[in-house]
Design a protein around this ligand. Sequence first.
Ligand SMILES: Nc1ncnc2c1ncn2[C@@H]1O[C@H](COP(=O)(O)OP(=O)(O)OP(=O)(O)O)[C@@H](O)[C@H]1O
Ligand SMILES: [Mg+2]
Length: 261
Amino acid sequence: MATALAKAADAESVDHAARIEHVSKSFTGPAGRQLVLDDITLDVAPGEFVTLLGASGCGKSTLLNLVAGLDEPSAGSITTHGRPALMFQEHALFPWLTAGKNIELALKLRGVPKSDRRGRAEELLELVRLKGAHGKRVHELSGGMRQRVAMARALAQDSRLLLMDEPFAALDAITRDVLHDELTRIWQETGVSVLFVTHNVREAVRLAQRVVLLSSRPGRVAREWRVDIPQPRRIEDAPVAELSLEITEVLRGEIRRHGQH
Ligand SMILES: Nc1ncnc2c1ncn2[C@@H]1O[C@H](COP(=O)(O)OP(=O)(O)OP(=O)(O)O)[C@@H](O)[C@H]1O
Ligand SMILES: [Mg+2]
């Protein structure tokens, strides 16, 4: 089904990897109805890298979950071509399987024949620079290595769109730096579209071609920036730092306006 969809999309030469049109989302809780996302319109172009930036609780994960199809918008529509791949802060690997078998499972679910799975898993491990780790158990891997395996598993789904929800937030700064480089390289090598959620301004600027800032309560697209700084960037590069400062100022204004801290 997903393959048929992807093929149909190929045939009409798609101009977006995700199209979010006038999307709103409310939740009903003990305190009544809460409008979390209000009239979000946003496209991710094929091959584009977009970061979604905003304060804690502004609705970033809610929006990503809607794009992933894990939940339904209250209003508006979302289209993606084929099923997006997802990666979270927690690696969500199966601890009883080896690194390689975790990837092979994703290949199996995608319908890759058994005889091709091992070879493809090895290739994906090589892509995330974990050659030789096929037989390693999850508990034998460092946090950074686990996120590499999680990345390989997401790529195993062969989606056109990779949705990432703060995937490096739990890592130390140096490991995160290395994984930023790896993600940039993989994005360039594979041509996959990426929608990456973070509340870290520098991370957003380090990675993206476009940074979209969400306001809080309710989440709306407050502003966006095109980032033309050549890749690979370093988080401490002067242009990255400069743009990060500018965005941080706007983000601070948003947070003040909504009485959050
Ligand atoms: N399933 C749900 N039911 C009720 N409320 C929810 C649900 N999911 C999210 N919310 C509420 O929606 C708001 C946005 O949450 P969300 O997790 O999307 O924020 P976020 O921007 O991802 O925050 P963080 O940066 O801390 O991860 C919060 O007020 C949260 O309590
Ligand atoms: Mg979140």
